[in-house]
Design a protein around this ligand. Structure first.
Ligand code: AMP
Length: 287
């Protein structure tokens, strides 16, 4: 496995392969890789000839009070995982190479970034959209994989790839979970033992929402209350938002008519957790 740090060298590597007709797959990450990333890498492996994983803790997507400085960076372990999974290139640019003096272009998606994570983390999605655009410009993949875990991010990436004519197939991989249902995340290591046990309540609350929809409840507010009811039983957790939304626009739904996404974000101590579930209404039978 090659480790490439310079954006120019990365592009040269990809361009050379593209000229030979090789399909390049790409999994962008911030490192601290876990089994969720591993699954994404494995799914990417099946879709391409050559596979690039980027490890870059992107400063522009962190707010001033957020965990940029303490974000875990176990680079040797990350490289070992990539090597084991047959990754061809680990792309590890520096912040200076990505944002040199004079850098000024930021990519913004005002509508998709307005609500939910975007409301609580005001510059986050502009940072994400900018870095994804830059990384795709550098790596030049034909296919890129993202996790459903970050649902709003996946909607934003699809939109920006379409709006900016990036000629990349975007694949969204289902959320990978711990045995108890907690969505895997690099930030789970911040949880104390006690909070780790409590953390699964977010998933349980989404499941409760899905359950009432399956039982035929279509009122968005009632679904939201069913989710909140579960979370309120765990006083250590505070709710940032619980929402019943249209999966393509992320607008809240008063009335659940077909597919919905249930979005949730909570805090336990200083740790923020997000999760989501896609739910379809019970099928009508067609005669
Ligand atoms: P991150 O390193 O947290 O920026 O994540 C890199 C990619 O992995 C993003 O597309 C995430 O959505 C995805 N990802 C993170 N956690 C999971 C998970 N538990 N299941 C599936 N994909 C994930």
């Amino acid at each position: 496995m090659k480790i490439i740090r310079s954006p120019q060298a990365m592009t040269a590597w990809s361009e050379n392969l593209r000229r030979q007709g090789v399909t390049i797959g790409f999994v962008p990450t911030m490192g601290a890789l876990h089994d969720g990333h591993r699954e994404l890498i494995r799914a990417a492996r099946l879709r391409c000839d050559a596979l690039v994983v980027s490890i870059f803790v992107n400063p522009t997507q962190f707010g001033p009070q957020e965990d940029l400085a303490k974000y875990p960076r176990p680079i040797s372990r990350d490289r070992a995982l990539c090597r084991k999974e047959g990754v061809d290139v680990c792309f590890e640019p520096t912040a200076e190479a990505m944002y040199p003096n004079g850098f000024q272009t930021m990519v913004t998606l005002p509508t998709i970034a307005r609500r939910w994570e975007g409301e609580i983390r005001p510059h986050h999605f502009s940072g994400v959209a900018t870095v994804v655009t830059k990384l795709c410009g550098i790596v030049r993949p034909q296919v890129a994989l993202f996790g459903q875990k970050d649902f709003q991010q996946s909607v934003l990436v699809r939109q920006l790839v379409k709006d900016l004519n990036l000629s990349i197939e975007v694949v969204v991989h289902p959320t990978v979970r711990e045995a108890d249902g907690l969505a895997m995340s690099s930030r789970n290591v911040y949880l104390s033992q006690e909070d780790r046990k409590r953390a699964v309540t977010l998933y349980k609350s989404l499941r409760a929402g899905a359950e009432v929809i399956r039982r035929g409840v279509t009122d968005g507010k009632a679904v939201q209350s069913a989710m909140a009811y579960v979370l309120k039983k765990e006083p250590a957790m505070t709710i940032d938002y619980l929402a019943v939304c249209d999966p393509s626009t992320l607008e809240p739904l008063c009335d659940v008519t077909s597919r919905v996404v249930l979005l949730g974000a909570v805090r336990i101590g200083s740790v923020r957790l997000i999760d989501n579930l896609l739910v379809a209404l019970p099928r009508r039978s067609f005669k």
